[in-house]
Design a binder for this molecule. Structure first.
Ligand code: MRU
Length: 379
């Protein structure tokens, strides 16, 4: 269950954005989410006491973004274990909640496997297995924060190498900051590190239709961080490049195939094409948990198709953007058909580099990516 527990957030607690946390009130453990459907108009928390509520929050984008989906999936399995629900069933429901961001399946599988191993070892001791599941979820959360910090370091070093001595004008798409991570995020973490060093001249923020993750969420994060930022319509990016106003494009990823093809928020691929035409670096920043060596190439990645009303209506926060309610303002005739893929695929040849917590692969090759992933597996 969720909604009846929605409550205004504590403003002080939100001074550092915390998109998800585990809490243990006397009534039993819960997952507390900052409801991203309602940002930036309202900072409201959503408390999930069971897995169906969390699945609904994932599907309606109350909680979203690849790394955070991994953390949410991990805690979701732990919630099932600690509250005595069927862990295997919970894991299946969670892993299926959204298809593209591989981090979700990764986080779910890690905690499910830890639970299975503890059940085997403890001869069916449910409490010990639940404790093991929760410990693993906390580890997924912590590792994501650590990866975020390392990606920021590698990303800044890469920019310094590509564009020495600069103050940078960075264009970004969708939302990749603390709202999607256990730490400071992916692409946005690099911009944040530049800002911290006094080297971010401007963050250009694509609005990111249809659900406006850029205008609603990245602008919210940029404003809170005190960055110089400007929101633009997605279709204005071309003229911005042509005017020489962009030094580099930084985006995140929802799944990276073995050949380096990147699934990210729809609109990323056209940016990569534009960047190549204008000879501007296009850099993907993502943790190694986003790499799926089981997908050979972009064609193997399932791209989530979302409801048409997200296109035929403009979401109006706080009316639950993307919640499937059709609560936005209609901008197309009633019954208009809509094409609404949530992601697109950028081929590796259009990228300057992929930055992970293990380092940078540039140019992006299958062998280079595999080598970076090996570094995670070998600890
Ligand atoms: O549909 P969303 O909002 O979950 O999509 C998120 C993105 O596409 C992000 O760019 C991606 O997850 C990369 S980094 C967080």
């Amino acid at each position: 269950m969720a909604d009846q527990y929605a409550r205004p957030s504590d403003a002080a607690a939100l001074s550092a954005v915390s998109p998800l946390r585990w809490e243990e009130p006397p009534e039993g453990p819960v997952i507390v989410l900052l409801d991203q459907r309602r940002l930036p108009a309202e900072e409201v928390e959503l408390v999930c006491t069971d897995v169906p509520a969390l699945v609904d929050a994932i599907q309606t984008l109350a909680v979203r973004g690849a790394p955070l989906l991994g953390v949410a999936g991990a805690y979701g399995v732990a919630l099932a274990a600690v509250r005595g629900f069927d862990v295997e069933e919970a894991a299946e429901m969670l892993a299926r909640a959204r298809p593209t961001a591989v981090n979700l399946a990764y986080g779910v599988a890690r905690v499910r496997d830890a639970h299975r191993a503890a059940v085997r070892k403890g001869g069916g001791d449910g409490r010990a297995a639940a404790a093991a599941a929760l410990a693993e979820a906390r580890a997924v959360h912590r590792e994501d924060a650590e990866a975020s910090a390392r990606m920021a370091e590698h990303g800044v070093a890469l920019l310094e190498e590509l564009l020495p001595g600069g103050g940078y004008r960075i264009l970004t798409h969708c939302n990749t900051g603390a709202l999607v991570s256990g730490g400071q995020g992916t692409a946005f973490a690099v911009a944040g590190a530049l800002h911290g060093a006094g080297r971010l001249r401007r963050l250009w923020v694509d609005e990111t239709r249809p659900l406006l993750q850029g205008a609603r969420l990245t602008a919210y994060e940029a404003a809170r961080a005190g960055m110089a930022y400007t929101v633009l319509t997605d279709s204005a990016a071309g003229s911005l490049f042509a005017a020489g106003e962009v030094d580099a494009v930084l985006v995140g990823a929802d799944r990276i195939a073995a050949d380096g093809s990147v699934a990210n928020k729809v609109g990323s691929y056209p940016l990569a094409v534009l960047a190549r035409y204008h000879h501007i670096p296009f850099v993907v920043v993502a943790p190694s948990t986003t790499v799926d060596l089981g997908s050979e190439g972009g064609a193997d990645i399932e791209v989530e198709q979302r409801p048409g009303h997200e296109v035929t209506e403009i979401p109006v926060p706080p009316q639950a953007a993307g919640a499937g309610t059709g609560a936005g303002v209609p901008v197309a005739p009633l019954g208009a058909q809509a094409y609404n893929p949530a992601f697109d695929i950028t081929p590796p040849e259009l990228m300057t580099a992929i930055v992970t917590e293990n380092g940078v692969v540039s140019p992006v090759t299958k062998a280079g990516l595999a080598e970076l992933c090996d570094r995670s597996r070998s600890g």
